[in-house]
Design a protein around this ligand. Structure first.
Ligand SMILES: C[C@@]1(CC(=O)O)C2=NC(=C\c3[nH]c(c(CCC(=O)O)c3CC(=O)O)Cc3[nH]c(c(CC(=O)O)c3CCC(=O)O)/C=C3\N/C(=C\2)[C@@H](CCC(=O)O)[C@]3(C)CC(=O)O)/[C@H]1CCC(=O)O
Ligand SMILES: NC(=O)c1ccc[n+]([C@@H]2O[C@H](COP(=O)([O-])OP(=O)(O)OC[C@H]3O[C@@H](n4cnc5c(N)ncnc54)[C@H](O)[C@@H]3O)[C@@H](O)[C@H]2O)c1
Length: 244
């Protein structure tokens, strides 16, 4: 079972074996996460060559035809990406990387890949990633579109998002006890007066009222996410899903 994570790869070494279209996409993706990217192949796309020329990545032109070359290429990697069009070479890189204990993203064999690169999107800074783990990429791609459009059209979520960000900043500054903080978030969301202000996009007023309520005291129990979230959904399901 693979689990979803968002990872900052600053300063980590990612070695991509294969300099074609897929290798290029992986280079761009891992660069976004701050990784030091090296692409090893016997041929590269124009874009990869440009990226190397401008110092964003390193490219190493090599015919990887024996184990020693592969070991040399990947020994310093934290993550190895397999993306050549030679099944024999992909299998070789996989077994060596596996023995060396590397994390492997195998773009050519979803089943054995440790890491999957999902379809990804974001609306208003809420990020999401969708994958079928290689089983039905077409369906995952369509699912991403549905999620993205549904969230984009949802003005209620937009307001909740605006409110939550500002409110959380304030709570983290003002309330020292994390246990109380956890209760606080759902305590105000379940308050009908605060929520009606959020619903009508009066974010400043909602914040003012929420702060007042919190300063008067937050219950120590009863607003844990596993209780509060279903209650919230039950109440606002139609408004939330109406735009989907
Ligand atoms: C999101 C995206 C990210 C990215 O690759 O950057 C991505 N695939 C994209 C495109 C794409 N994929 C394929 C084509 C060719 C034609 C077509 O089918 O359209 C194209 C189009 C193109 O290349 O242009 C076919 C294909 N895909 C995989 C295999 C190998 C296998 O099946 O084992 C084969 C060969 C199948 C065969 O041999 O028949 C496997 C994977 N593809 C994944 C992700 C992961 C799980 C996704 C999931 O299932 O949810 C996984 C497991 C790889 C991983 O996790 O590393 C990217 C969106 C690009 C964008 O939109 O910008
Ligand atoms: N995961 C995905 O989303 C996805 C999408 C499309 C294709 N694929 C698969 O990924 C693989 C790569 O696809 P592509 O379109 O980038 O292919 P490509 O033909 O554009 O690139 C292949 C790369 O492998 C290199 N290579 C091959 N043999 C080599 C060797 N002996 N030594 C060094 N380098 C070598 C080539 O130089 C080239 O850079 C294919 O197996 C394809 O089926 C995966």
């Amino acid at each position: 079972m693979r689990i979803p994570l968002y990872i900052d790869l600053s300063g980590r070494n990612v070695v991509i074996v294969g300099g074609g279209k897929v290798g290029e996409r992986r280079a761009l993706k891992f660069l976004e996460a701050g990784a030091k990217v090296k692409v090893v192949a016997n041929d590269f796309t124009e874009k990869l060559k440009e990226m190397a020329q401008s110092g964003k990545i390193v490219i190493e032109k090599k015919d990887l035809d024996n184990d020693i070359e592969v070991i040399r290429a990947i020994k310093d990697a934290d993550i190895v990406v397999i993306a050549t069009n030679s099944k024999k070479l992909n299998d070789k890189v996989f077994s060596i990387a596996q023995v060396l204990g590397k994390f492997i993203n195998d773009a050519t064999d979803a089943q054995r890949s440790h890491i999957h690169v999902p379809f990804e999107g974001s609306v208003d800074g809420i990020r999401f990633a969708v994958t079928s783990e290689g089983a039905a990429g077409v369906a995952a791609h369509i699912a991403l579109y549905v999620i993205e459009e549904c969230l984009r059209r949802n003005s209620l979520l937009h307001s909740i998002n605006q409110f939550s960000r500002l409110f959380k900043e304030w709570v983290k500054r003002e309330i020292k006890d994390p246990k109380v903080r956890f209760q606080t978030y759902w305590y105000v969301m379940l308050d009908p007066d605060v929520f009606n202000l959020i619903k009508s996009s009066q974010i400043d007023k909602a914040l003012e009222l929420a702060k007042l309520k919190v300063l008067k005291g937050v219950p120590e129990k009863g607003y844990e996410p596993d209780k509060a979230f279903p209650k919230f959904i039950q109440q606002w399901k139609d408004e939330l899903l109406g735009s989907c």
